[in-house]
Design a protein around this ligand. Structure first.
Ligand code: PLP
Length: 319
């Protein structure tokens, strides 16, 4: 299969054809083992430790109206994670940046969800020694997706707090973006059983930690707060801190109790998948007056404005 199939141009790399299966995959392009492939053909070996042991790190950046948002911060976090997990790739940072841009350009998506993954891989001799594994790099670009749909963005999400405890940071370091999601998925099922739309789970001290793919903020008396401990330091969370600085708002990372969450004036969650998303109901409690709060709206507007600012975003060359 040639790239022309995807509406792209001749000077982009060739897309090779591979094993197909009949399931529906989102339209998109992946890169793995040195080749660009349609999403439906990007398959990982069942012997890869990323699959067998969740031995992997990854990052997700988005492209909005043809521009990567804060790509450097995502690459920094990805490379830091690989270093901490003692993984090595044959690609430089510049090469990876080029591969991500090629995936987006080949997909043709102007708004995309772009993932870069490094798995432990496996050893050709099936050795149990992780030092003998050949680490594998995978990247892909699919249509942009959000934690909250357009109706939820308008009226605010209904979140339930699950008793599930996030995996302890001294077991799995949450600052290395990882696929240890059984706690988060369990929280999600608890939330669905409750009749809510998504979940927040606890840290090991019983404070609020984070949710499946997002951080959480409260606004109380004009001051913002987000959990400091046992969470992934999200790039969107960092962006909220940066926007607060620009807007003269104060934001702190500190322990956040369940009561503080329920008594907040405003609550919102943050993720590359959706940006800043309002929460208007937690468990049985209506937050504030039940409408999306003014600080949340102000930060959301600023957040999306920054997507066309060259200081915060980089254009994809679709050629
Ligand atoms: N927390 C967890 C566990 C996540 O997986 C994610 C993103 O996937 C986030 C928080 C939000 O991070 P970011 O804002 O970098 O997308």
């Amino acid at each position: 299969m040639r790239i022309a199939t995807f509406g792209s141009h001749e000077d982009l790399p060739e897309v090779k054809s591979r094993h197909r299966d009949s399931r529906d995959y989102p339209h998109g392009i992946a890169f793995m083992d040195g080749q660009y492939l349609p999403m439906s053909e990007a398959k990982v070996s069942v012997l890869d430790w990323g699959f067998l042991h969740s031995d992997a790190t990854y990052d997700t950046v988005h492209v909005w109206e043809g521009r990567f948002f804060r790509l450097n911060l995502h690459l920094d976090r990805f490379f830091r994670g690989m270093e901490r997990l003692r993984m090595k790739l044959p690609h430089s940072r510049e090469e990876i940046e080029g591969i991500l841009a090629n995936c987006v350009a080949l997909s043709g998506h102007k708004s995309a969800y772009v993932e870069m993954i490094c798995t432990r891989g496996g050893s050709p001799t099936f050795s149990r020694d992780p030092r003998e594994a050949e680490n594998r790099f995978i990247a892909f670009a699919v249509p942009y997706g959000s934690v909250a749909n357009s109706d939820q963005l308008k009226r605010g999400l209904h979140v339930a707090v699950s008793e599930t405890v996030r995996i302890p940071p001294n077991s799995v370091d949450p600052t290395i973006k990882n696929y240890h999601w059984l706690d988060l998925i369990n929280g999600l099922f608890d939330a669905y059983d409750f009749g809510a739309e998504t979940a927040l789970i606890m840290d090991t001290s019983g404070n609020i930690a984070e949710g499946p793919g997002f951080n959480v903020f409260t606004v109380k008396g004009g001051q913002l707060k987000t959990p400091a401990f046992g969470v992934l330091p999200g790039i969107t969370r960092q962006t909220v801190f940066d926007l607060c600085k620009e807007s003269g708002l104060t934001a702190a990372a500190a322990d956040l109790t369940r009561d503080e969450l329920l008594q907040a004036d405003e609550v919102f969650i943050t993720s590359t998948a959706g940006g800043i998303m309002p929460v208007t109901r937690i468990d049985h409690t209506v937050i504030g007056n039940g409408d999306v709060g003014s600080v949340t709206s102000q930060l959301t507007n600023l957040y999306w404005q920054k997507h066309s600012d060259p200081a915060w975003s980089t254009a994809v060359n679709y050629r």
